[in-house]
Design a protein around this ligand. Structure first.
Ligand SMILES: [Zn+2]
Length: 276
């Protein structure tokens, strides 16, 4: 390989939906963003290759990682068909107590009456009210996406609880998180037959206790909601924080300019410093 990526941008999405919201990208903008990546010659990289890059292995320039948090139904309805069209792979971080049973629902590719997509806030209320199925993927949909190669699935804990906020003391916080992580790993093994060492922090929160407990539970790649260039490092210890760019509901030109900046470590750092 003559040229190698200096920094690998990791993009963060939540909803791809016609129901607008703060952390929602419209299907039209998402389609345009993916078409841009394909046209510009970008390759989507999965978790294992990202992990190898962070540990010092080379990746070609124009490597990018797509991530989706929480496992929303709209990822199946709108994102999966668009990713499939381009042969792209994304990472989805699922909260393992949320997906339900039942057959796959129609999506934009299969045709048929699409399921109603809730806005983010309504979706939160549905989950709290025991109706997660109205806004979250089913296991059957997860299986179909895995089979198609459009999505890999990784841990986002079992309950998406902010233990730092709900626990009365440090001991309770640590015990809660440990159980949450072990339950997620058990659910992955039962449902999907495997579990990776990639973990996305709920609401982006972590501290030293969180990292220690996650390490002990078997995780070593931690996805944050902070932005910084992801660079490879041959001397890196076994553990990596992964920095992500939150993708806005904007045209492909917006994404193109951000990728140009954040593929260049020095430029990315200068840009982020200026923005602060
Ligand atoms: Zn989340």
């Amino acid at each position: 390989m003559t040229q190698r990526a200096r920094a690998v941008p990791v993009l963060m999405y939540h909803h791809i939906s016609t129901s607008p919201g703060m952390i929602t990208v419209s299907p039209a903008h998402f389609a345009a963003q993916m078409a841009y990546l394909a046209r510009a010659g970008y390759n989507t990289v999965g978790a294992a290759r990202l992990g190898a890059f962070l540990a010092g292995e080379p990746l070609p320039p124009k490597s990018v990682v797509l991530t989706f948090d929480d496992g929303y139904l709209d990822n199946w309805v709108h994102a999966h068909p668009i990713l499939q069209e381009h042969g792209f792979t994304a990472l989805c971080f699922v909260v393992t107590s949320w997906p339900g049973e039942g057959v796959p629902r129609p999506n934009a590719r299969t045709g048929g009456a699409l399921p109603e997509l809730l806005g983010h806030r309504e979706g939160d209320l549905a989950i709290e009210g025991g109706e997660a199925d109205r806004t979250i993927l089913r296991w059957s949909e997860i299986e179909a996406m895995r089979r198609a190669g459009t999505f890999e699935f990784h841990s986002h804990t079992h309950g998406h609880v902010r233990w730092d906020k709900v626990a009365r003391n440090q001991e309770e916080k640590c015990a809660g998180l440990r159980r949450d992580l072990l339950d997620a790993r058990a659910a992955f093994r039962t449902r999907l037959g495997e579990v990776s060492d990639h973990l996305c922090w709920p609401q982006g929160f972590y501290d030293d206790d969180y990292r220690r407990i996650a390490r002990e539970a078997g995780f070593k790649h931690f996805y944050t909601c902070e932005m910084a260039p992801n660079v490879g490092n041959k001397n890196a210890a076994g553990e990596h924080s992964i920095y992500r760019l939150e993708v806005r509901d904007r045209p492909a030109s917006w994404l193109a300019s951000r990728l140009w900046v954040h593929s260049r470590p020095w430029l990315s750092r200068a840009y982020l410093k200026l923005k602060r």
